[in-house]
Design a binder for this molecule. Structure first.
Ligand code: BTN
Length: 269
């Protein structure tokens, strides 16, 4: 049942958030450069775990591997969650993969869409990307443990009024059409993603998200290119390991486990 005040703010989000997460510090801004960058500054100044920075648009949204993330006003959801987990930098990959499951499940809860996850951090509907996730961390110089992590999530909820820019037309999709726009729906989706994500995060060692992650894999069994710098290497995606690494077989028969690192994956159509 939607809250009938059609606004998007801390109160409208908290209206849908579970009791367990009412104490999170939710901040909603009209426009920021990048919620990841702004929250990183706040983290350096001592902001607490559970600070969530949400923006209605970003002027400099960032994606993986230095890419830009298109973040127009109103049609998307752009937010970052500050965490201070006691985990190694390898385990930090579970923050990204559990966030992908949180987004995938939330989209299915509020729409009739079936979602897929493209290793490691993209959520798809049909063959279009509707969400990207960028996790950034800071390692403590003495302990070498994670000092804090920022999980940044960008979701195209509604299609932009004038469509996606030419360079994104074949890649990007949205959950709903622009005519379906509603702030209550946006608040509901935000709260659901946070609720799912925090429940996975609070039991990260149980990896309760993993089966859902693997089940939605967009890649297993498909022909892909592993893109390493400028090199496109053809392979078949075989499986996702318990560490959330992608197991691939190259054309020469060799099998390799890829961690998210610097590679990206393209489907061979
Ligand atoms: C990707 O697709 O490569 C990851 C995209 C991550 C985008 C989100 S939007 C909120 C947060 N702030 C950013 O600048 N990036 C992330």
């Amino acid at each position: 049942m939607y809250y009938n005040d059609n606004t998007f703010n801390e109160a409208s989000i908290k209206n849908y958030l579970s009791m367990a997460n009412q104490n999170l510090n939710i901040i909603v801004e009209k426009s920021v450069t990048s919620t990841n960058n702004v929250l990183k500054n706040m983290a350096e100044k001592g902001a607490l775990e559970g600070t969530v920075l949400i923006a209605e648009m970003q002027t400099n949204g960032k994606g993986r591997l230095g890419r830009h993330f298109h973040s127009p006003y109103n049609t998307g959801l752009y937010f970052s969650i500050l965490l201070r987990p006691e985990i190694s930098s390898q385990e930090a990959l579970f923050l990204t993969t559990s966030a992908a499951v949180a987004v995938a499940k939330s989209i299915e809860d509020i729409s009739n869409c079936k979602t897929y996850i493209k290793w490691v951090n993209d959520v798809y509907i049909k063959d279009k990307k509707v969400c990207g996730i960028l996790t950034e961390g800071s390692i403590h110089p003495y302990t070498r443990r994670l000092d804090y992590a920022i999980v940044g999530i960008g979701i195209n909820i509604f299609s932009p009024l004038n469509g996606f820019p030419t360079e994104l037309k074949d890649i990007a999709g949205s959950i709903f059409n622009h005519t379906d726009f509603s702030n209550t729906c946006k608040s509901h989706l935000t709260a659901r993603v946070i609720d799912y994500f925090m429940s996975y995060y609070n039991n990260l060692e149980s990896k309760s998200f993993f089966e859902e992650y693997k089940k939605r894999s967009f890649l297993i069994g498909r022909k892909i290119y592993v893109v390493d710098k400028q090199n496109y290497i053809s392979a078949t995606a075989l499986d996702i390991t318990n560490e959330c690494h992608l197991l691939v077989r190259y054309e020469d028969g060799s099998v390799k486990e890829l961690s998210s690192g610097e590679v990206s994956i393209k489907l061979i159509k």
